[in-house]
Design a protein around this ligand. Sequence first.
Ligand code: HEM
Length: 367
Amino acid sequence: MTDYETLRLDRCDPSRDHAQLAMLHQLQRDRPLHWHKGVWVLTRYADVFAALRDKRLVNRVPESDRKGLPFVRSIMKAIKRHREHDKKHWFHYADRPYHADVRRIMRDELTRQIPDLRQLFRSIADELLEKIDCNDEQSVRKGFVEPFPAMVAAELMGLPRERWRWFDECFGGRNDDGFSKGLRRIEPMLGQSLAKRGELPPGMIGALSDGCEADNLMSEDGLLPNCVLFSLAAYANTRPLLEQSSVYLLRNPSAIERIQREPGVVPTAVEEFLRYFSNTAFCSRVATADVEIAGGVVHEGQRVTFALAAANHDPEVFADPGRVDLARQPNPHVAFGGGIHACVGAAVGRAELQESLACLARCFRLR
Ligand code: HEM
């Protein structure tokens, strides 16, 4: 009988947290809807996939219910220390129409940027890799993994690239508590940039500002919180994935050799890293009605956590899920979530990983 007391619902790295992953697999087999410390947990791929798209399971969490919600706990802690009104402006935790309006602004701005992004990612990666020893893990971490996603985040926001240190200093390699501190630190920095937004090049800050002014889609109060949220989402999800994928490649020269020989494998390799590492391991919702799922019922007002990491390692869907298969196809992972909150930056994140890892593989010298 497994003791689920030690089950954690905030983070799980399937490549390292073997005991946690084993527990999630056990739940998949025995208790697909599991009640754990006041929260329902879904672990099977089919259930997670369906729940992500179920409109009765929402992100709008009543204030009283937010306490202890695992996925947002650290964020909520940070927000609590902030101005009280900020939380209702984070579009990710809002309902229609606010969520849809802000999401549209972000999606349109990323669509505008995307044609030029691959070239930009290649030039940033090449510039960084030129200066380091690409066969040395420490050198790759310091000179590539740290600055690359931060430089990309700065460019996406429309900040001068030199501001990349903001992202690294505020969120780089942090745990959840570190994120809370990071959020507090980055807010005044982005606030200063917003005050001079007329001088900034085009980017997400400008797009969100225009959204406020032109269409009245978002009140001025929502501007800074959503800039902060975007900067966190754009940087903090990409950085650990780049780190783990780079380290995996450096420690598995046969994988690098394959990418060098067969560069066309890079897109499926990135999908596999997204699945295997599942960096965003969990997300949560609240039921607005009784929802029958996984052979049970999540009652109205109850919280449910979707174990994306478990779903991405469900043997019913992914053969030999604990093995990295660079050419795995199909690979219908849920690393970017799904439904109305599906990652708005998925195409950008994919391009970022594909271009940066391809550049790293090119620079690696096989012995
Ligand atoms: C490549 C690694 C990335 C991963 C694994 C990832 C994962 C996710 C996941 C799982 C969600 C949904 C969370 C939920 O349903 O509660 C999400 C949402 C989001 N992501 Fe990403 N993400 C990545 C990169 C990015 C990038 C590069 C950007 C921006 C350019 C971004 C911006 C966002 C935003 C703004 C949301 C909130 C969407 C909404 O609530 O409608 N992400 N991401």
